[in-house]
Design a protein around this ligand. Structure first.
Ligand code: ADP
Ligand code: ADP
Length: 229
């Protein structure tokens, strides 16, 4: 996993009336490599903004983000992202969706095909590579989205309520599978969720944020030994 160092990070949006909205207020955070960090807090407290900044999808107003010591300000191959919606392209097969980031980077797709198939097998979708997203259930599609996020072996995996749109039973299964997968891969994970139960079950560390002014109020270490490989 990657080491993450966030220093004095702020994000101020402008409303249409030209007023400032402070979504994040000078946040300092360090994540050790391989840490599973969950972020909880009420709607509007800045969770998605934090994730967007880490993903390089939007720029910071102040402060810096460093991944393994390297300052980042745009999407980076060391960072994979999974959103609440799977964002799969319905006209592409499962395998073509997983390989999309490779194509966009103009890397050699053929060289990544076996890795894509391995990832599919790891999430229990062996042999589904030639199916189309419409042939899969919501949980299966979200598994494909996770494979797509992992294809470049990112040191940091960002997840924004990845199971929020799934039914309770599927969600529970996905949580177990994500934990098993993370224990194998050892990525650093930032996981946004509304479920405190999910956060405490999965994470080494739980950050509780509060709105106004968009700060981390509580930083809890969950001291639960887990088997690691
Ligand atoms: P969530 O609570 O699930 O993080 P939101 O409903 O707050 O999502 O936001 C959804 C999208 O709308 C995000 O991309 C966010 O950046 C954008 N957004 C949220 N609040 C505002 C706002 N006041 N003005 C413009 N865009 C906003
Ligand atoms: P959360 O993910 O915790 O719901 P967000 O990061 O989406 O919080 O939003 C934090 C604050 O920033 C909220 O007040 C939201 O309305 C505001 N906000 C988010 N995106 C935008 C945007 N694009 N333009 C203006 N305000 C925004």
């Amino acid at each position: 996993g990657a080491a993450v160092d966030i220093a004095r990070l702020s994000k101020i949006y402008k409303t249409r009336e030209d007023e400032d909205v402070v979504a994040l207020d000078k946040i300092d955070l360090k994540f050790e490599p391989g840490t599973f960090v969950a972020v909880v807090g009420p709607s509007g407290c800045g969770k998605s903004t934090l994730l967007s900044l880490l993903a390089g999808l939007t720029g910071a107003s102040t402060g810096t983000i460093a991944i393994d010591g390297e300052t980042i300000n745009k999407p980076h191959p060391k960072i994979g992202v999974v959103f609440q919606s799977d964002l799969l392209l319905y006209w592409r097969t499962v395998l073509e969706n997983i390989l999309l980031p490779i194509e966009i980077k103009r890397l050699d797709v053929a060289r990544y095909r076996s890795r894509a198939e391995e990832l599919l097998a790891q999430v229990g979708l062996e042999g589904f590579g030639n199916k189309y997203p419409s042939e899969l259930s919501g949980g299966m599609r979200q598994r494909v989205a996770i494979c797509r996020a992992l294809i470049q072996e990112p040191g940091l995996l960002l997840m924004d309520e990845p199971f929020g749109a799934l039914d309770a039973l599927t969600r529970e299964q996905m949580i177990m599978d994500l934990q098993a997968m993370w224990m194998r891969l050892g990525n650093t994970v930032l996981f946004i969720t509304h479920g405190i139960d999910e956060a405490v079950f999965l994470a080494d560390r739980v950050l509780v944020m509060s709105p106004r002014p968009g700060r981390v109020d509580l930083d809890l270490n969950i001291d639960m030994p887990r088997p690691r490989q």
